[in-house]
Design a protein around this ligand. Sequence first.
Ligand SMILES: Cc1cc2nc3c(=O)[nH]c(=O)nc-3n(C[C@H](O)[C@H](O)[C@H](O)COP(=O)(O)O)c2cc1C
Length: 324
Amino acid sequence: MSDFFKKNLLENDLVAAPLAGYSHMPYRRLLRNFFDGIVYSEMISVEGLARRNKETLEYLDRKEYESPLVFQLFGGRAESYPEAVKVAENEAQVDAFDVNMGCPVKKVIKAGGGCSLLGDLGRIKAIVQNIRKSTDKPFSIKIRIGLDQKNLVYNEILKIAENEGVNALIVHARTKSDMFGGTVRLDILQELAENSKITLIGNGGVADYDSYKKMKETGVAGVMIGRAMMKAPWVFEVIKNKQNNVYSYLSPAEIAGVLNRLWEHMLEHTKGRNMKETHYMHVLKKFAVWFCKGFDKASDFRVNIYKTNNIDEVLGLIRQFYGC
Ligand SMILES: Cc1cc2nc3c(=O)[nH]c(=O)nc-3n(C[C@H](O)[C@H](O)[C@H](O)COP(=O)(O)O)c2cc1C
């Protein structure tokens, strides 16, 4: 079990980040066209799992071919983790778990999870101890380097992770105060890589081959990609081919094909669930707009697609814009 991260990263050292609202099963299925490495799920509430909440359980939906897939958990109550882990293992095929200790959004902080844990190392320790004694599955924790530059806690968390049987540490090399801007502290990743006895994955600001290479040179075993994969799921293939041309890598017709495939996965996912057929339409629109970065008349397309809430019109606009 301890080999899960090491083994998979040796085959592909890129990692697809957890992205709430985006790394759902339809998008993860799409990613598999471009990427065979480790993929993270959206964050899943520990309290919801422990209570067997029906909507929370749906986050465990997956295809077998999605492996290697990591289910990311969030929640601040250490005592809820053993039940949550048990429920997940009973309900789904689990390859590995992760705990979100780096998310700055209100919903997660309010639940005592995400970044709020960076100010309570005792709770981090209790959470990882509870997971380790509840499951043999490999698990990672995903942190930021601290609450702000004056309160950096990455070394303390590394020690906890090493001592308590965590299999991999993912470090978004920014602080909570940085949110999604600020400098990505590659110097800290290097320091951690020199000292870490467990698998280390770096994260923050990687969007093409050059930025990947800079992060990899710190000595991390893996490089996790977030927003860039939301804007271009083929970014993994671009980086593997040592290229930087993310926004001209696919032809318009190929992008239209990607969007159509994504919509098929979305439609399939709504079937048999308490979801309208158009449940994912607004997300499809966002992807359609992101994928057209750099194209002529992209701003007209953006305006037109956001004007309509009719799925046939949305698909028609995509066909028209991407010329097929
Ligand atoms: C829309 C959005 C949703 C996110 N959702 C999660 C999440 O569910 N769990 C998590 O640990 N991080 C989440 N993150 C943070 C990313 O996983 C990643 O750590 C961050 O975006 C930095 O990487 P990047 O610079 O490559 O985007 C989210 C970020 C964005 C922009």
